[in-house]
Design a protein around this ligand. Structure first.
Ligand code: NAD
Length: 310
């Protein structure tokens, strides 16, 4: 394992993920971290008691670390992190280092960064490794990682050992950007199930059914899903779900809008026909800008659809 780890992007996901590495890696491992918001790095620096060092750029992180991970919101941020002249990762001392991007972004950006890395630093390796499991999974180190490489890639054992400190399930998806493809397919499915569950519950409730009875029927029938079990869009049915806490926490609707958009773009690129995608994208697009839903957990799509909340 590397003796020094670089981490770029310490938001809702990045901070607990890096925190788990800090706890689980040996005490002599040093951490070099950077975020455009200087305050974002403070907590980890304090937690690190001398092992965590704040840097002023992605380049400084790269210069000082044996391996670099990043966790930022969108493709434009990933480009900024890796490709900014003078200050980006690729401007640094990359050599034969392993670079791992965990952000959920478009496959085109990820491949462009990979190509730039291969051209400028032929001995280095860049991997897409997006995650699912949310903030809770990041905190409890139970994330699922979708790795953009083949099972026989030269770095698989290192990647599994390192990412295994942040999550239990690590899948090699076959090749570059296929980790991202898997992640976008998952979120597309989960986004559409949230709409379908909200609509079906609304039909039953508006017809006079008790939502608890209806949800119990779904649980033992073909409408069962992880969304229904753990993330039910209807408030009060899952006490721990964001819907029962005013849709606070969870996965922001703006991020879900981004992921559905990326999945629809991918479908177009690979020539797959969609029955739900464009309409679903319109729903998430409008809901993410609606003042009563903006910034809240994506299952707030139930509220956007006029669902009853008491
Ligand atoms: P976030 O907005 O909370 O955190 C992102 C961090 O990146 C912020 O601190 C921001 O300041 C920093 N950042 C942005 N541009 C930067 C740059 N150029 N250099 C350095 N730092 C920069 O977002 P998040 O919820 O942590 O999500 C990060 C990624 O993880 C997204 O792609 C998201 O889709 C994905 N994801 C999120 C969840 C979730 O539940 N939140 C779950 C799975 C995957």
């Amino acid at each position: 394992l590397p003796k020094s780890v670089g981490w770029i992007g310490l938001g809702l996901m990045g901070l607990p993920m890096a925190g788990n590495l800090l706890k689980k890696m040996s005490n002599d491992t040093q951490f070099y971290i950077y975020d455009v918001v200087p305050d974002a790095v403070k907590r980890l620096v304090e937690e690190g008691q001398g092992r965590v060092h704040a840097c002023v750029s992605s380049r400084e992180v790269t210069d000082k670390s044996d391996l670099v991970l990043s966790m930022v919101p969108e493709g434009s941020h990933v480009r900024a992190v890796y490709l900014t002249p003078e200050m980006g990762v690729l401007a640094g001392d990359v050599g034969s280092k392993v670079l791992i991007d965990c952000s959920t972004i478009d496959t085109g950006t990820s491949l462009a960064v990979r190509d730039a890395c291969a051209e400028q630093h032929p001995r280095a390796r860049f991997y897409d490794a997006p995650v699912s499991g949310g903030v809770l999974g990041a905190d409890k180190a139970t994330l699922t990682f979708m790795l953009g490489c083949a099972e026989d890639d030269a770095n698989v054992s290192l990647l599994k050992q390192l990412l295994g400190m942040m999550g239990g399930n690590i899948f090699c998806c076959g090749g570059p950007a296929l980790g991202l493809t898997a992640k976008l397919c998952n979120n597309y499915c989960s986004a559409m199930i949230s709409i379908a569950t909200s609509e079906a519950m609304n039909i039953g409730m508006a017809s006079g059914m008790d939502p608890r009875v209806l949800a119990n029927i779904f649980h033992t029938s073909t409408a069962q899903s992880a969304i229904l079990d753990d993330w039910c869009p209807v408030p009060g049915l899952c006490p721990d779900a964001p819907s029962s806490k005013g849709y606070k926490g969870g996965f922001r609707i703006g991020l879900m809008r981004k992921d559905v958009g990326l999945a629809v773009d991918t479908a177009e690129r690979v020539g797959v026909k969609l029955a739900l995608g464009h309409e679903g994208l319109r729903v998430y697009d409008e809901a993410s800008k609606d003042p009563k839903c903006e910034g809240l957990d994506s299952r707030v799509v139930y509220r956007y659809l006029g669902g009853k909340e008491n």
